[in-house]
Design a protein around this ligand. Structure first.
Ligand SMILES: Cc1cc2nc3c(=O)[nH]c(=O)nc-3n(C[C@H](O)[C@H](O)[C@H](O)COP(=O)(O)OP(=O)(O)OC[C@H]3O[C@@H](n4cnc5c(N)ncnc54)[C@H](O)[C@@H]3O)c2cc1C
Length: 369
């Protein structure tokens, strides 16, 4: 039976970046499996696309800064278009303790007056807040990034199969043997077959932990949290090149220009099973609208033109879950990227690839970052 060096489960940004990074490191006998008809249809295709490197966790911030440098200057052939629109980002917080707590991780930004934030967004309410400006940050082209990873991986020899559901891990004692898969169409699911591999990387996004559940792995508990995004109707007061504004603290709220209106988030984070992670909750949309009216009193038309929801998935420990499983030899993780998976993807992919290739010679310790 055919045997691969590496099988990756999941064609979101985590799986795509890992496939690319493995190929970059010379490992091209890789098969990426995705249950959907195309890549990036879940969290990777449903996010706010904001590049924000100020993150309250030093390890994640390092991954974000490494990735931001990649996005500003990607390798030749990665994408014909720019990966980041550097409109800038303002991070704000209520003056006092909230803002004081930000100081250790916003110090690579420039502190500015609230008036400067309002100069770009004149409809924004007045606040007693502190603000930091990050001139090189802004809006990522998620489609170009995802397809850049996949294109370079495929060009190097990585194979991608869509409509392929991984139903279980194939395991012998403490050794991974591969995965069990079924081909799916809108109406049918085929019989299960086994695909063999030396190593398996789980990059299942909101489904993280599902396949490992029936086996003795060192997987932490993962939790998918639903977040809604809304795009408001076109309003000529909104400048399309205005910076992103992200207010932290108890009244967390962010917005940025999108399609003539504003893309808005009230930063909701209800824990849900993955099957419910993309279902709109009308009460939450009312909450988004209420927050938007309060934050943006100067805008005439805050009607919702479009809204959707997606999953931010977290491991029970702080940070991402990347690297070899401590119990099941050959099993690896690229999961739990929470709300920073697009920002951090190039560095996450390279870290996952480095840990996988390293552990093939030196049986792995589990890595929580
Ligand atoms: C509303 C919202 C706003 C966000 N905003 C930002 C932002 O501004 N900036 C930022 O950096 N990040 C943001 N994020 C976070 C970011 O979107 C995620 O961290 C990232 O997309 C996670 O990627 P992933 O590949 O782990 O998951 P996914 O993109 O969900 O990919 C996982 C894939 O695995 C597949 N899969 C699962 N199980 C199986 C199986 N058994 N067999 C085959 N395939 C399987 C799924 O079909 C899916 O395609 C946001 C997220 C949300 C929801």
């Amino acid at each position: 039976m055919e045997k691969r060096q590496v099988i990756i489960v999941g064609g979101g940004i985590a799986g795509a970046a890992t496939a690319w990074a493995l190929a970059e490191a010379g490992m091209t006998d890789v098969l990426l499996l995705e249950k959907a008809e195309q890549p990036g249809v879940h969290a990777t295709g449903r996010n706010a696309a904001i590049l924000r490197t100020a993150i309250p966790n030093a390890t994640l911030q390092a991954l974000a800064l490494e990735s931001a440098a990649f996005y500003r200057s990607p390798p030749a052939g990665f994408s014909p278009q720019a990966l980041v629109d550097r409109v800038g980002l303002f991070l704000t917080a209520p003056a006092g303790e909230e803002a004081q707590n930000l100081l250790p991780w916003v110090n690579h930004g420039e502190e500015v007056d609230w008036q400067e934030v309002q100069a770009h967004h004149p409809y924004l309410q007045h606040q007693t807040a502190r603000a930091w400006h990050f001139a090189d940050e802004g809006v990522l082209d998620v489609h170009a990034i995802l397809h850049g990873f996949l294109h370079l991986a495929q060009a190097a020899g990585v194979e991608i199969r869509y409509r392929t559901l991984v139903t279980d891990l194939a395991v012998d004692g403490t050794q991974i043997l591969g995965v069990k898969v079924a081909e799916i169409t809108p109406l049918t699911t085929s019989a299960t077959t086994t695909l063999l591999a030396e190593s398996v990387v789980l990059a299942e996004g909101g489904w993280a932990g599902r396949l490992a559940r029936q086996h003795r792995t060192s997987a932490p508990a993962f939790q998918a949290r639903r977040r809604h995004l809304m795009v408001s109707a076109v309003d000529h007061a909104i400048h399309p090149g205005a910076p992103v504004v992200w207010n932290l603290g108890p009244d967390e709220f962010y917005f940025r220009p999108e399609s003539g209106g504003l893309l808005l988030s009230a930063c909701d984070h209800v824990a849900v099973p993955a099957e419910e992670g993309e279902i709109l909750d009308r009460d939450v949309l009312s909450y988004v609208a209420e927050k938007a009216l309060r934050w943006l009193p100067g805008l005439e038309n805050l009607a919702a033109a479009h809204a959707w929801a997606g999953m931010r998935t977290f491991p029970e420990h702080e940070g991402f879950h990347i690297g070899p499983d401590a119990n099941l030899n050959g099993l690896h993780w690229a999961a739990g990227l929470g709300g920073h998976g697009i920002t951090c993807a190039p560095a996450v992919g390279r870290l996952a690839a480095r840990l996988l290739l390293g552990s093939r010679s030196n049986r792995g310790q589990s890595v929580e970052i």
